[in-house]
Design a protein around this ligand. Structure first.
Ligand SMILES: [Fe+2]
Length: 477
């Protein structure tokens, strides 16, 4: 039977977010404006792009689609574009049978028996260049690794056999001081197990430390944060159970009666050293940064008080001297985006700037030209923690922005000296465009816009790696 997405509730409107299902190369993209010559490297982004229609009760987030990577490669003021599917065992098995074989999100009870022994990794969430490998991650499986230039898929990766957990989260953290990657797995002995495994991987890509913990309950652990002393492991009240999976539903459901539990594991400690703090249920997935502050650890993150209330940037405070195991909470910014990024050269260190996509209903949106009203992310906000102010980039009246990435200016070292890049959906043109904004002059608008002659779906995560970083690690391996 041929592929047919009609009638599927996730794709009811064959609009911007319909599956694209193609691979592409554009040599020397069309650019409006001027790409600064001090941008040299590659902007990577992933999207979930369904090769075949999933079951109709699929998790509407779309996070169970096939991994599809696109790159904008910059040199000498020009940019080339490339997009490829990650050739996972999962995708290639489905292509062979020409139909969907996996069930709903992270529920093996709903898979076709044909794929019981096939790796379910979709490689659709995030990418990290580390140890000479471009790792493509999805939290319920081991990574895939791909060629950073050609995007050819090489296979899955277990860190020279030293990664003993069954999966690796899509949100490891790379320490800018040591070059180490702090990475982890949850449900680390297979789906529904309450094990967390935390790994330290040195700059050359070898596992140097492994710690196994028990999770307080089966909650999502989509992201972590690191300081120079601690690994911060939040367990969020989006939970699951054997009964839920057996009922055929996607893995996660919100339970606001559960607490937020946050484990603080000393980077030089073992499982007996972890200290769990707790607070009320909070809806959050991604964390911006954490730092050591005397005897306290503070972590900044976009977070909502309930499952559906608006997000704000808050600071969670963990007092390592207190006897009270509750953590404190303060508002840092009322910017409402859920994907905050920073200058990653300052990750785990005292820092000044955060960047977040924001929806400002006070700015114009031309529904007529855009083909109808839309909920949009129409600004990127840079908030300045030192001077307590915000600068805003407004994308325009027919666009919506996806996650941004910070691009350091070539040769620069000062925090925030560089650019913000992010893909926008242009609803009038039904095409995507990459906006490049000087991070020190957000209000002046994009310095350049890379125009694609087609649309990309909503993305998952982005990362930037400079030409120098890519060459340096290539040379070490
Ligand atoms: Fe994520």
């Amino acid at each position: 039977m041929a592929v047919d997405f009609r009638g599927h509730p996730m794709f009811a409107q064959r609009g911007f977010n319909a599956p694209t299902r193609f691979e592409a190369d554009i040599y020397d993209c069309e650019v409006w404006g001027e790409i600064p010559s001090d941008i040299e490297g590659t902007f990577y982004r992933l999207q979930c792009d369904f090769a075949y229609p999933p079951p109709e009760n699929e998790w509407p987030t779309g996070f169970n689609g096939d991994g599809h990577v696109s790159t904008f490669r910059f040199a000498n003021g020009s940019v080339d574009f490339k997009a490829r599917y990650i050739k996972t065992d999962r995708l290639m098995t489905e292509r062979k049978h020409r139909r969907r074989l996996w069930g709903v999100y992270r529920n093996h009870f709903t898979d076709d028996p044909l794929v019981a022994e096939v790796d379910r990794g979709a490689a659709n969430t995030h990418l990290y260049w580390h140890g000479g490998k471009l790792l493509v991650l999805k939290e319920d499986a081991l990574p895939y690794y791909i060629d950073p230039v050609t995007l050819e898929t090489y296979g899955s990766w277990d860190f020279h056999g030293k990664w003993t957990a069954t999966s690796m989260s899509a949100h490891p953290k790379i320490d800018p001081v040591t070059g180490e990657m702090i990475a982890y797995s949850y449900q680390a002995r297979g789906d529904l197990s309450d094990d967390i495994a935390v790994y330290t991987v040195n700059q050359a890509g070898h596992v140097t430390k492994e710690v196994w913990l028990k999770s307080p309950y089966l909650g999502i652990i989509h992201d972590i944060a690191i300081t120079q002393k601690y690994i911060v492991i939040p367990v969020i009240a989006r939970t699951t159970s054997l009964e839920r999976l057996q009922s055929g539903e996607p893995m996660w459901e919100w339970n606001g009666d559960l607490p937020t539990m946050v484990g603080l594991l000393p980077r030089d400690g073992d499982a007996s050293d972890v200290r769990w703090f707790q607070g009320p249920a909070r809806n959050t997935l991604h964390f911006l940064n954490a730092v050591d502050d005397g005897n306290r650890v503070v972590m900044d993150l976009p977070v909502s008080d309930t499952e559906r209330s608006p997000s704000q940037i808050k600071r969670w405070i963990f007092d390592m001297n207190s006897r009270d195991d509750r953590f404190g909470e303060e508002v840092v910014s009322t910017a409402n985006g859920v994907l905050a990024r920073m200058d990653d050269r300052y990750l785990s260190l005292p820092y000044r700037y955060g960047f977040v996509g924001n929806s400002d209903p006070g700015l114009p949106f031309d529904a007529e030209r855009a083909g109808g009203p839309r909920r949009t992310t129409n600004t990127y906000v840079r908030y300045d923690l030192r001077d307590n102010n915000e600068s805003v980039f407004y994308v325009g009246d027919v666009q919506s922005l996806q996650e941004s990435g910070f691009v350091p200016r070539k040769g620069g070292t000062e925090e925030g000296d560089g650019y913000i890049m992010g893909v926008a959906n242009n609803y009038e043109e039904m095409a995507s465009e990459l906006h490049i904004v000087d991070a020190s002059r957000m209000e002046e608008g994009a310095v350049a816009v890379v125009k694609l002659p087609f649309r990309l779906r909503g993305g998952t995560h982005v990362n930037w790696f400079s030409a120098a970083e890519l060459a340096e690690q290539e040379a070490e391996v």
